[in-house]
Design a protein around this ligand. Structure first.
Ligand code: AP5
Ligand code: MG
Length: 199
């Protein structure tokens, strides 16, 4: 299995770049945020719980997210060549749980792509998306909380993965294609895989 973590602040381009990675490297995509938004739309029990946290910009409790990921690895992604984790892990306990889950299955995280974007640009992107798509947590109040939660709970993972030796920092400002090219070069170097086509 080839496992790539797409890491970065809210609005840093994780979803945008994941789409290109799965297309070019043939991997399975899991965005915990998207899965939770689907649960909210369907009105499931998990959705009802998740909505309370997401609307405030807070993180869903680790146990719920870890169970969700274990289920994806063992079911939806079981036949896949590998997985792109988008928006997971977001806390140290989540990162430790992922490490253990993959070790138990004889695998590991090959590369943690860290999209680094200045905060002003993140806010501008999310405000624009909120206007265009109506995504409920893209309002200024919730955006501020999401960025604070990122700084306090998620950013420490950067250090965690630097120590693991698999952190790949990528400048997340610029055109989507330029950024993807840098990510793809890093994934190729870390995994020995090659992208399907160069544009
Ligand atoms: P999640 O859905 O993961 O949201 P997020 O991390 O806040 O990130 P976004 O999806 O907003 O941004 P992105 O990095 O995917 O960027 P995108 O490509 O869309 O999580 C939502 C919530 O769910 C969390 O707050 C939490 O409550 C909960 N949750 C999720 N996972 C969890 C976990 N593991 N544990 C606990 N709770 C969890 O790009 C953003 C915008 O910028 C788009 O409009 C895009 O078109 C644009 N854009 C992208 N690239 C560029 C570029 N190069 N130049 C200009 N614009 C660009
Ligand atoms: Mg996203």
């Amino acid at each position: 299995m080839i496992n790539i973590v797409l890491f970065g602040a809210p609005g840093s381009g994780k979803g945008t770049q994941s789409a290109r990675i799965i297309d070019q490297f043939g991997l399975y995509h899991i965005s915990t945020g998207e899965v939770l938004r689907e649960h909210i739309a369907r009105g499931t029990e998990l959705g009802l719980t998740a909505e309370k946290y997401i609307s405030k910009g807070h993180l869903i409790p680790d146990e719920l997210i870890i169970d969700l990921i274990a289920d994806v690895i063992d079911n939806d992604a079981r036949e896949a060549k590998g997985v792109v984790f988008d928006g997971f892990p977001r806390t140290i306990p989540q990162a430790e749980a992922l490490k253990k889950m993959l070790e138990e299955r004889g695998s590991k995280v090959h590369s943690v792509v860290g999209l680094e974007v200045p905060e002003e640009e993140l806010v501008e992107r999310m405000i624009n998306r909120g206007k265009e798509t109506g995504r409920a947590d893209d309002n200024i109040e919730t955006i501020k909380n999401r960025l604070e939660v990122y700084r306090n709970q998620t950013h420490p993972l950067r250090e965690f993965y630097i120590n693991e030796g698999n952190y790949l920092p990528v400048n997340g400002s610029g055109t989507v294609e330029e950024i993807f090219d840098n990510i793809a070069n890093g994934i190729e170097a870390a995994t020995g895989e090659t992208r399907r086509s160069r544009r």
